[in-house]
Design a protein around this ligand. Sequence first.
Ligand code: ADP
Ligand code: MG
Length: 256
Amino acid sequence: MDPETPVIQINDLHKAYGALEVLKGVSLNAPKGNVISLIGSSGSGKSTLLRCCNLLEDSQQGDILFKGEPVTWKGSHHGRRPSDPKQVLRIRTNLSMVFQQFNLWSHMTILQNVMEAPLTVLGRDRAEVEQAARGYLDKVGIGDKCDVYPAQLSGGQQQRAAIARGLCMEPEALLFDEPTSALDPELEQEVVRVIKDLATEGRTMLIVTHDMKLAADVSDHVIFLHQGLIEEQGPPDRLFGAPTSERLRGFLSATH
Ligand code: ADP
Ligand code: MG
């Protein structure tokens, strides 16, 4: 792949739930190694956009490209879905999603949680996966929690386990949907620290967040969504330091 080819490219994406238009023509580019934050009010379409990247949502119009490869669709402009299951699998396994509510499997230990998808989805060798999984759990600072169950961990530890699980797929990019929103403020920081480390390492990430400090600290580019459209976007210094749109100014003053 040409190193200049973005990992994720979205052009003029339209997405509706029935009569409700949620994305009204959104475009974005996630170059390799970049961190892009999506900010905006509740209901502006941030989660939907993230889920579209991962092909968890169908859509009506526009292009989604993974490493330059366009997603192929079947259906009409009333609603279309990806037509190639192998392509969907390839893209989805290359974009690890981290959710607000962690979504760990409660009946599996932390180590089993991290190993599960590489074993069952990618069919990788068990010994290699176990070694990698332990390494990623160490990396997020919970290497001593391999054999406990999710309910025995704090929210911050569970979210770090979910990040280790995402990393163990060795994806091209990580997609975070409000990764710190379910956490108490003192636990938020331990997850923020892990995300910052990943940014420093040059991971490609798309982060939906309400944490403007996190967005300002880690992003190469920030996108402000308003009612399904990009209202303003730019580098964090400019976007937070000198917002031009009235709506963004209002949003930022309301979040402080
Ligand atoms: P955000 O993440 O920015 O808060 P979402 O992308 O979750 O916003 O939602 C955007 C809009 O789409 C909201 O009006 C929401 O109610 C609506 N929506 C989200 N998911 C669904 C769904 N599965 N069915 C119908 N409407 C939905
Ligand atoms: Mg959301």
